[in-house]
Design a protein around this ligand. Sequence first.
Ligand code: ADP
Ligand code: MG
Length: 238
Amino acid sequence: MRDVILQTVNLRRSFGGLRAIDNVTLTLRRGETRAVIGPNGAGKSTLLNLLSGALAPDDGTILFGGDSLVRLMPHQIARLGLVRTFQISHLFEDLTVEEALRAALARGRLCSANSEALRALLARLGLCEQAHRRARELSHGERRLVELALAIAQEPRLCLLDEPTAGLSQPETESIVRLLLDLKAKQQTLLIVEHDMTVVRALADLVTVLHQGRVLAEGTPQEIRLDARVQGVYDFIS
Ligand code: ADP
Ligand code: MG
């Protein structure tokens, strides 16, 4: 399994008596785009929190490129190249888009913040005109793009995205999808929690369906769409 980048085995995490993630075994291959779907409360965000180190598992293993992530701190996991998009924090509010990206580039695995890499990234995101605007002046859609850019700028080996198109207009959603397709073409490995099946179909090689903390089904977008068990618990949005 040389091309496996991420593997979880029997991962578990409870909150009180609630099993938010219950024996989740998952394998992601290098270059793959995986979508994780499921009803509200299925455990999708908890899974991302376990992978990024924001939460510790009660049990189970997480291997990332051969390294165990269990008990590592989030910044150590990010340094290994597993990066989660995060909401622009108050620390970034007064920075310009360019300054924020420069900081993210400097934090990346390659620690490179050269101006050429920065300009190329801004151009790829269609953010050249926003480069000198402060984060707090951006629209919701622009913020989501910058949040994605902050993650990409770190040149992750695996990028985790929690509902990247939530609350976005149709054109903004299309910008995000174009950007993600572009990353996918460059063999970027992605794990995306996403409700919109149009987005899922456009991007995902495989879909994992979570339900009550367990993996209910796994397959291509088409297989998942036709799966009677999935239809029983999940209302597809498309
Ligand atoms: P999803 O992202 O699929 O909507 P979550 O992973 O956010 O689901 O939540 C899964 C379950 O775990 C839900 O029942 C939620 O209420 C519960 N949960 C999530 N985070 C916490 C927490 N920090 N404390 C207590 N319960 C939590
Ligand atoms: Mg969630």
